[in-house]
Design a protein around this ligand. Structure first.
Ligand SMILES: Cc1ncc(COP(=O)(O)O)c(C=O)c1O
Length: 477
């Protein structure tokens, strides 16, 4: 432990023991340096670390004062992305993140992986192995281009929960939600077109924009109510936007659910400007409150919403079962699906259809919603405990991801590089922006909080965050 860390620890215990009370001024830096026979800069660093720990506050030209125990962290600010169409960058960092997950023994808090160890998934494994054992030739054949009839029937039934009335023929099965998103974007845009997106936004859809030669127009987004309709309206007046891509329910990474009124207004804006909406609902069924929130698609009366989803977050991503309800863009969508992967794999579709039909999907969701909500609360508590008081955190309404915001200038890419040396990873915020914004933010996964390694990992991340804040002089001195 470095000298300034030792001094910080000693002062922390003095504060805890009430030697210094809330509101008390700590001795001056000079007096403390004399008392402990250490240099002025050691005391300065110790005081900065105390401040990063949320125990004291510096007042300009006055000194350091003891603070009350910290309260619930505030929400992140409304985002302020660059508001003009941009080419998406950051692919190298996305690739690095995706590859790092494969490392043995890594506590991968940056990944978007659900908990697949629950007992409620066992019946699905049994269905898969039964299908394998008793497989007829049908399972070895191409399924229809639209996807299996049984699965589309089950998806249409489930969609009633989100306020939709879909017919199985309104649905096309895809290989995961990623394919649903990319086929949808390809169906309604041409290279060079502009797509408006909520920001921060899932890196998979951002990289699709890049790969298709499109430009992203990032719209300011509120951590509780979603994409700013006022900013979007102005952007639509200014730029030739060809599609709007949003994740309005249990958003990744911010966790909000847009109020219904705002979903309606977003649809109205799209109608006024005659633009399709590509709606990503992949986390929607993991909303903590039942009945689950409505989709924008459920208000769609002219077929302009392309609803994309999958079982990757609700059940397991390895199944690669997703779908899209493409509305009026069905023909073009089907063409894009054909040139993408033709039919999707047959066996997983049959297994998922059977699992839903048996009631296994609902049973599993009930368990996971409760588990993830508990996980959120526990993770927020740890962040309160181990992160500096200047930390802002999202308050997810569903799913299993948290968005953490640190002071402007903080470098979460550097943080991740350091953490990787300790076998921990996070998802740096830059991945969620076209232009490398949100470097001061990170996304954390809270699926496995019951594992004691997670609390230890969060305390290590908190320590490293505080160190970086001091090193980069981001704590007021
Ligand atoms: C918001 C969002 N959309 C789409 C996807 C891609 O989903 P899939 O694994 O089903 O292709 C993800 C996966 O992380 C996601 O978080």
């Amino acid at each position: 432990m470095k000298l300034y860390e030792q001094l910080c620890e000693e002062l922390s215990s003095r504060i805890e023991q009430g030697y210094y009370q809330v509101g008390d001024k700590l001795p001056s830096i000079r007096a403390m340096s004399k008392e402990h026979e250490v240099s002025i800069s050691t005391v300065q660093e110790a005081y900065q670390l105390l401040e990063a720990n949320g125990l004291v506050q510096s007042k300009p030209k006055s000194g350091y004062y003891v603070l009350a125990a910290s309260e619930t962290p505030s929400l992140p600010d409304i985002s302020r992305p660059v508001q003009r169409p941009l080419e998406v960058s950051q692919w190298e960092l996305v690739l690095k993140l995706l590859c790092s997950h494969e490392r043995e023994g890594l506590v991968a808090l940056g990944k978007g992986m659900p908990d697949v160890s629950a007992a409620t998934l066992k019946p699905l494994l049994k269905i898969l192995s039964d299908l394998n054992r008793h497989s007829d030739l049908r399972s070895l054949s191409y399924d229809s281009l639209r996807g299996s009839d049984e699965l589309r029937l089950q998806i249409a039934r489930l969609s009633v929960d989100s306020g939709c009335r879909l017919h199985p023929d309104d649905i096309v099965v895809t290989t995961g939600c990623q394919e649903a998103l990319s086929c949808s974007m390809r169906a309604v845009t041409e290279p060079g077109d502009v797509v408006a997106v909520d920001s921060p936004s899932f890196y998979g859809s951002m990289q699709t924009i890049k790969a298709l030669g499109l430009k992203a127009l990032e719209i300011p987004t509120h951590p509780e109510t979603g994409i700013s309709l006022e900013a979007l309206e102005m952007a639509l007046e200014q730029w030739p936007v060809k599609a709007i891509q949003v994740t309005p329910v249990c958003n990744n990474p911010l966790g909000y659910t847009m109020p219904d009124e705002r979903k309606r207004r977003l649809l109205y804006l799209a109608q006024q400007n005659d633009i399709p909406i590509i709606e990503d609902d992949i986390y929607g069924d993991l909303a903590y409150h039942y009945p689950r929130p409505r989709t924008i698609k459920s208000f769609d009366d002219d077929g302009r919403v392309m609803l994309c989803s999958s079982v990757s977050k609700t059940l397991a991503p390895g199944l690669r079962v997703g779908w899209v309800a493409p509305g009026r863009y069905g023909e073009m969508l089907l063409h894009m699906k054909y040139v993408s992967t033709a039919a999707s794999a047959t066996l997983p579709q049959r297994a998922v259809a059977e699992f839903i039909a048996q009631g296994g999907y609902e049973r599993h969701l009930r368990k996971m919603r409760a588990q993830y909500q508990q996980g959120r609360d526990r993770m927020l508590d740890w962040i309160r405990r181990y992160f500096p008081s200047s930390t802002r955190v999202s308050y997810p309404q569903g799913g299993f991801l948290l968005w953490v915001e640190l002071p402007e200038g903080f470098d979460s890419v550097k943080l991740n590089d350091r953490l990787l040396q300790q076998e921990i990873s996070i998802a740096p915020g830059v991945l969620f922006s076209a232009s490398g914004k949100y470097r001061n933010c990170m996304r954390l996964n809270f699926t496995e909080v019951a594992d004691s390694r997670i609390e230890t990992a969060i305390s290590i991340i908190g320590e490293q965050v505080k160190r970086l804040l001091v090193e980069e002089s981001l704590v007021a001195s």
